[in-house]
Design a protein around this ligand. Sequence first.
Ligand SMILES: C[S@@+](CC[C@H](N)C(=O)[O-])C[C@H]1O[C@@H](n2cnc3c(N)ncnc32)[C@H](O)[C@@H]1O
Length: 253
Amino acid sequence: VSGDDHQELKSPQAAVFQERAAHYADFYSKTKSTITYNFHRRLEIASDFATGFGGALLECASGTGEVTESILSSGAFREATVVDLSTNMLEQARERLQRLDGKIRFDFVNQDIFAFRPTNESGSYNLILCLGLIAHTGRLEELLRHLGSMLAPGGGILLQSSLANHVGNRLKTRWTGRRSEQQEGYRISYFRLNDILRGVEAAGLKVRRQQRYRLGIPFANRIWPAGVYQAERLLDGVARKLGGEAVFLLQRP
Ligand SMILES: C[S@@+](CC[C@H](N)C(=O)[O-])C[C@H]1O[C@@H](n2cnc3c(N)ncnc32)[C@H](O)[C@@H]1O
């Protein structure tokens, strides 16, 4: 593992995710709830959008590495650079990805993605994963320009965001936004769909595929989590139009 020393002291995000690392993998567990539905669906859509890409992968913010593992399991990648701001997250991702060692050349980097520069020989990547990150960084256009500068010809960026215009996300921001900002030391950034599309264009990229998901059925999760999980699955067709989350596949025009 390489990277700057003491990243965790440098930003509130690092401190928050150092703590969350102990439980983060639970979001991908087999337990059924509205929360696990959100993460299972993120993983499914990202894995689907990654089909056809191979070569060098850059993971911008691995968390505990579940999506990274799913995408690398295709066998199409020969090298993977795995970045995260939190050493605890990165260590768990490293343990999870160990089973692929030997088949894939790994580089684990503990760094802020904005400070990261390519560490591989080619200096670029065929697929860049950026899931669950921009809510914690904001600066969408700056990030996309940075990621775009590391994209190999024909390469793709998978971007995931919560959507600010979704009614459930709006209420969440109104009810818990200020408290979470006070507790965690930074404001969560949800983007409107149009703002994402504008940011993508301004960064010189194009949306090749996009999919919305997760209606976020309110309150019912407390009463019957497994039922809400099934209801979300059944209503996926509606969520494709109205969902509060989205995954985008971005490429150069
Ligand atoms: C919500 S988790 C998402 C993890 C994973 N991508 C997923 O989809 O499950 C956000 C991750 O981003 C990392 N992170 C936050 N800000 C970062 C930054 N500026 N550079 C790199 N990683 C960052 C956190 O440490 C955390 O592991």
